[in-house]
Structure formats: C-alpha cells, structure tokens
Write a protein that binds this ligand. Structure first.
Ligand SMILES: *[C@@H]1O[C@H](CO)[C@@H](O)[C@H](O)[C@H]1NC(C)=O
Ligand SMILES: *[C@@H]1O[C@H](CO)[C@@H](O)[C@H](O)[C@H]1NC(C)=O
Ligand SMILES: *[C@@H]1O[C@H](CO)[C@@H](O)[C@H](O)[C@H]1NC(C)=O
Ligand SMILES: *[C@@H]1O[C@H](CO)[C@@H](O)[C@H](O)[C@H]1NC(C)=O
Ligand SMILES: *[C@@H]1O[C@H](CO)[C@@H](O)[C@H](O)[C@H]1NC(C)=O
Ligand SMILES: *[C@@H]1O[C@H](CO)[C@@H](O)[C@H](O)[C@H]1NC(C)=O
Ligand SMILES: *[C@@H]1O[C@H](CO)[C@@H](O)[C@H](O)[C@H]1NC(C)=O
Ligand SMILES: *[C@@H]1O[C@H](CO)[C@@H](O)[C@H](O)[C@H]1NC(C)=O
Ligand SMILES: *[C@@H]1O[C@H](CO)[C@@H](O)[C@H](O)[C@H]1NC(C)=O
Length: 406
C-alpha cells in the first residue's frame, strides 16, 4: 500500500519535471523587439539565412542562439560563414546588441570584425558574463568603459590588433575569472589595479609590447592558476610576491627583459607544473631550497639567461620532471653519479652551452634525450651515451673538441 503510493508520487514527480524541462526547452522568442534586433544583426554582420532562417523561431531553430524564458541570453556566431555580400565588407557593426536586455554571452571568435570595440559596449551590455572576441581582426584601443561590465566573468580579446594601454578600469571587474589579452599590440604597463581581481584564475597577456616591472600586486591573486606574461618587454626583477601564488599551475615569463636573480620565495609555488623563465637577463645562482618543495614540476625552462654557479643537484632527480632546458647559461659542476633505476622519466634534458666539466656519468641514462654539447666534459664516451646524446663541443675523447680544451 505504502509502496504503491510512493510509486505514484514518484511517477507524478518525474512527469512534472519532464513537463517543465520540455516547456523550458521549447520556449519561443517572446520579444518582438529582440526578433527585430536579431534580423538587424544578421544583416549588419552579413550572416546567412542557412544558420538564421527568417521563417523559423530564433530560440529553437537558429544556430548559436540561446534563450531563457523566451529572451535571448546567448549569441554565438563563432566561425560562421557569411553571405557573399557580407564577406565583401565585414565590419564590427553590432549596434542592435543594445536591444538584448538579458544578453549574458557573446561569442564571435574567428569571425572577422574589422573595426574597434565601441565605447557603448561597456555601458549598454550590463548583463554580459562572457565576451569572446578572439581572432576577430579587431583594431584600436580597449575602451576604458569595459571596466563597467560588472557581471563579466570571462573576457577573451586575444589574437587581434588591439593597441594602446591596458585600461586600469579592468581592475574593477571583480568577478573575472578569465582575462586573456594575449597576442595583440598593447603597450604600457600591467595595471597594479589587477590586484582587485580576486576571482582570476587565468591571466594571459603574452605576446604584446608591455613594459615596466611586473606589479608585485599580482601576488595577491590567490586563485590564479595560469599566468602568462611571455613575449613582452617586461624589465626589472621577478617580484618575490609571486611566490604567494599558491594555486599557480603554469608560470610563463619567458622572452622578456627580466633581470636579477630568482627570488627564493618562488618555492611557495607548490602546485606549479610549468616554470618558464627562459630568454631573459636573469643572473645569479639558483637558490638551493627553491626546487625541493616544487614536487609537481614537469616542465622547466631556464635557457638563454646568465645564471651562474652550481646546477642544483635536485634537478637531476625531480620525480615528475619531463622537460628541462637549462641551455645557454653559465651553470657549472660535474654530472652526478646518481644510481637511478633505468626508468627514463625525463624526456628531454638540455644543459648544452654551459660550464659543466668532469666525466659523463650514468645519470644520462635517465633521459630519453640529453643535450650536453658545448661544455667541458672529458674522458671516454660510454656506450650508453651514443645515440640520442649530442656531445659535440666538449673535451671528450674521439669527438670533435672545442678550442678551449687544449
Ligand atoms: C558556437 O557555435 C559554433 C558554430 O555553430 C559551434 O560549433 C560551437 O559549439 C558553439 N560553441 C558554444 C560554446 O556554444
Ligand atoms: C566561443 O566559440 C568557440 C567556437 O565554438 C569555442 O571554442 C569557445 O570556447 C567559445 N567561447 C567561450 C567563452 O565559450
Ligand atoms: C563606469 O565606471 C566609472 C568608473 O570607472 C564610473 O565613474 C561611471 O559612473 C560608470 N558609468 C556607468 C554608466 O555606469
Ligand atoms: C568573486 O566573484 C563573486 C561573484 O561571482 C563575488 O561575490 C566575490 O566578491 C568575488 N571575489 C572577490 C575576491 O572579488
Ligand atoms: C604563453 O603564451 C605564449 C604565446 O601566446 C605561448 O606560446 C606559450 O605556450 C604560453 N605558455 C604556456 C605555459 O602556456
Ligand atoms: C658566461 O660567463 C662569461 C665570462 O664571464 C661571459 O662572457 C658570458 O657572457 C657568460 N655567458 C652567459 C650565457 O651568461
Ligand atoms: C638545447 O639547447 C640548444 C641551445 O638553446 C639548442 O640549440 C638545442 O637544439 C637544444 N637541444 C635539444 C635537444 O632541444
Ligand atoms: C663518480 O664516480 C666516479 C667513479 O666511481 C668517480 O671517479 C667520480 O669522481 C664520481 N663523480 C662524482 C660527481 O661523484
Ligand atoms: C619504474 O617503472 C616501473 C615499472 O614501469 C615502476 O614499477 C617503478 O615504480 C618505476 N620507478 C620509478 C622510480 O619511477
């Protein structure tokens, strides 16, 4: 009796939820104004009737349109093909967007929109949570008003021709978790106001023309997991405060003009998988206690700097390390006699063009590929070292020696 009753209740509940599910899914566009605005957008962007057929309902039948309660909440025209007319004169012509009161996501990635981001974007699209304008051929400056999009959680502007400075106002977007400004022509400094972006998990400003120091305030972004500032003209030293980024997984500061030594504080980056600081003017010895706490490290690039002194012994036996490039520095020392089981855990280990000396040892059997060329190694070449081990420009027997050996 009880069983039957609960079964009936269950069946009722299930059909109730199915019904709700269906009505939500089937809801047609209810706003006449929004329908008009969509048609204007179709025409101003030169989109095809194939994706947005005029006779059918946009919420249920148009590609890339997302609706909630019969109102447009998402527009995704990413990678759409255009009409022949539309592709003749493509433009960043999206005035009708202002009609969508509930628009939370706009994605035009890989659709050419030559032109600049209009000022009104920041003032009239207040419900935007996701803005993806990647690879859209956008030029001009990032409008200061984008800092007024207070609901914004993800902002992708990478791979365009954006110029000018990075507006300090972006520091007001405290909900942001993704900020990708990479691959543009932005100049000036990284705003210190970014310290207010407490929800940020990804900050990518790589491949621009940013200069000045890395603001120490970046160190307060406790949720940051990916920080990529590579390929700019950043100078001064690496701020010790970056060591506070305990959630950081990838740190890429390569291809800049950074100077000074590596702050020992970076040992706080205990979740780090990738440490890339190659192609700078960094110098000094590597702090001895830097690497032991970084037990997750898989990928380390120190190459093309001016590091000196002993190469940290621990780097020869990091448990997760798969790739290490320490080439073109002034590291010195002998190769260790580590007795390791034959497992080649590291795929690539590059210490070429440094000041290593002494004999080749069995440590190189740990690696699938070791480059020791351009050092002062001497003695006999063991059989296991032939093959995948560039040995040239050392002082080894029966191998082309460099001039310095005589
Ligand atoms: C955006 O639209 C493209 C093309 O219709 C589609 O392939 C893609 O899955 C959509 N992406 C999202 C996140 O909706
Ligand atoms: C925008 O659309 C592209 C292509 O469908 C997709 O890969 C990308 O993830 C979308 N952007 C966002 C923020 O969802
Ligand atoms: C936009 O943000 C600025 C602060 O950066 C504020 O002074 C201004 O009132 C805001 N404008 C609107 C329309 O919200
Ligand atoms: C993160 O975003 C949430 C809303 O999504 C907001 O309530 C919170 O204050 C933000 N946190 C920080 C540290 O700004
Ligand atoms: C950082 O950005 C550059 C250029 O955009 C890219 O080539 C590199 O792979 C990125 N680094 C990481 C760790 O993802
Ligand atoms: C290594 O030291 C020598 C001598 O001090 C110097 O000339 C050379 O530039 C240094 N190399 C690097 C890569 O810093
Ligand atoms: C090692 O580094 C040198 C100098 O940066 C480079 O020329 C060489 O190709 C690298 N070797 C490997 C195996 O990647
Ligand atoms: C490694 O072992 C060899 C032979 O046992 C010895 O000559 C050499 O000094 C040792 N090297 C190191 C760095 O301990
Ligand atoms: C080496 O490989 C064997 C078998 O693949 C594995 O059991 C062992 O734990 C590995 N040793 C190390 C040090 O990773």
């Amino acid at each position: 009796m009880v069983d039957q009753c609960s079964r009936v209740v269950l069946v009722c509940l299930v059909s109730f939820f199915l019904l709700i599910g269906c009505t939500v899914e089937q809801q047609f566009l209810v706003s006449r104004q929004e329908r008009l605005a969509l048609l204007q957008l179709r025409s101003s962007l030169g989109l095809r009737a194939k994706e947005w057929p005029i006779k059918s309902d946009p919420c249920t039948a148009w590609a890339g349109i997302q609706c909630t309660n019969g109102r447009v909440t998402g527009i995704n025209v990413s990678g759409f093909k255009r009409t022949r007319k539309g592709s003749q004169n493509p433009q960043f012509s999206v005035d009708s967007l202002q009609s969508f009161t509930f628009l939370s996501s706009f994605n035009t990635s890989n659709l050419a929109l030559p032109g600049s981001i209009p000022e009104w974007f920041g003032l009239r699209l207040g419900s935007l949570e996701v803005l993806d304008l990647r690879s859209c051929s956008i030029a001009g400056a990032i409008p200061f008003t984008l800092g007024n999009l207070s609901s914004l959680a993800e902002l992708y502007l990478s791979d365009n021709n954006l110029t000018g400075i990075v507006p300090t106002s972006l520091g007001q977007l405290f909900r942001l978790s993704v900020l990708d400004l990479s691959r543009n022509s932005l100049t000036g400094m990284i705003p210190g106001t970014f310290s207010a972006l407490g929800n940020l998990s990804l900050l990518d400003m790589s491949l621009n023309f940013l200069s000045g120091a890395i603001p120490q305030e970046i160190g307060t972004l406790s949720r940051l997991q990916f920080l990529n500032l590579s390929g700019n003209s950043l100078s001064s030293s690496i701020p010790a405060q970056l060591g506070d980024l305990s959630s950081l997984v990838d740190l890429d500061l390569g291809f800049n003009s950074l100077m000074g030594s590596i702050p020992p504080d970076l040992r706080g980056l205990k979740n780090l998988l990738k440490l890339i600081i190659g192609n700078n003017f960094l110098s000094g010895t590597l702090p001895g206690d830097l690497f032991p706490p970084l037990t997750q490290l898989q990928h380390v690039v120190l190459s093309h700097n001016a590091f000196t002194g002993d190469f940290p012994l621990v780097l020869w036996s990091m448990p997760q390390l798969r790739f290490l490039d320490a080439s073109r520095n002034n590291f010195t020392g002998t190769l260790p006699n580590l007795s390791l089981n034959a497992n080649a855990s590291v795929v690539v280990f590059n210490i070429s063009q440094n000041l290593f000396y002494g004999n080749l040892t069995s440590v190189i059997r740990r690696f699938n590929f070791v480059d020791v060329s351009g050092n002062y190694l001497q003695g006999r070449v063991p059989d296991y070292a032939r093959g995948n081990t560039p040995l040239s420009r050392n002082c080894l027997q029966n191998i082309g020696k460099s001039k310095e050996c005589q």
